[in-house]
Ligand binder design. Structure first.
Ligand code: ADP
Length: 203
């Protein structure tokens, strides 16, 4: 079964494309969701997090105190690396478990920071990037949430640039001047190419 990495900047339409791929028959693995669950109350990463950082990073509900972690990690990249060294192997194990159980014609790993993280490129056979201009990203995120433009710009600035993301792609869906119906047509076309005739179209 083919493993596809799906990525895109905030507001590009990545989640919308993910849902459309699922509608075509893909199995979706939500890596952010897995990371959140691992550090949620009762999550599998919490004992190691508590052991590594002490009880001050554990919120009263037993999950990771994210606000405190952000404060601690600010200006201290080694703190972020320490947390990642706990989370990444566990995320990898859970992804593999879900991939083994998947039944779709394609397995789609939704990885917001795929381009930023080298290890993902080795796990997936193809990378699909959903792309949109910064202005459109801004408009969409402000419309769907209570975020200010400044907050969206700050997130965009931390993510890979559009050229970097596009350079890592095997296919790009340019989700700028498309209606949702047109976006769905693009997703169907890609599905036919990548999942349609698995034996005749090797990756
Ligand atoms: P991401 O997961 O990349 O942050 P989403 O898929 O959540 O982005 O899309 C952001 C918002 O933009 C959502 O409300 C979504 O419905 C809307 N959207 C995405 N693509 C289109 C499109 N082609 N036409 C209209 N609305 C769109």
């Amino acid at each position: 079964m083919r493993r596809i990495g799906l990525t895109g900047g905030i507001g590009s339409g990545k989640s919308t494309v993910a849902a459309m791929l699922v509608a075509q028959g893909a199995s979706l693995i939500d890596t952010d969701g897995i990371a959140r669950a691992l550090a949620a109350p009762g999550g599998a990463a919490m004992p190691a997090i508590a052991a590594a950082f002490g009880p001050e990073l554990v919120a009263p509900d037993g999950g990771l105190d994210r606000a405190r972690m952000r404060e601690l990690a600010f200006g201290h990249p080694e703190t972020k690396r320490k947390l990642e060294s706990i989370l990444h192997p566990l995320i990898g194990q859970e992804c593999e478990r879900q991939a083994q159980a998947a039944t779709g014609a394609l397995i789609v790993f939704d990885v917001p920071l795929l381009v930023e993280s080298k290890r993902w490129r080795a796990i997936v056979e193809r990378v699909l990037v959903v792309d949109a201009s910064e202005e459109i990203q801004l408009q969409r995120v402000v419309a769907r949430s209570a975020w200010t433009s400044e907050a969206v710009r700050a997130v965009i600035a931390q993510q890979a640039s559009r050229p970097l993301r596009r350079a890592a792609a095997d296919a790009v869906i340019c989700n700028e001047n498309l209606t949702l119906a047109q976006l769905e047509d693009e997703v169907r076309a890609l599905w036919r190419l990548w999942a349609g005739n698995a034996s005749a179209a090797p990756l």
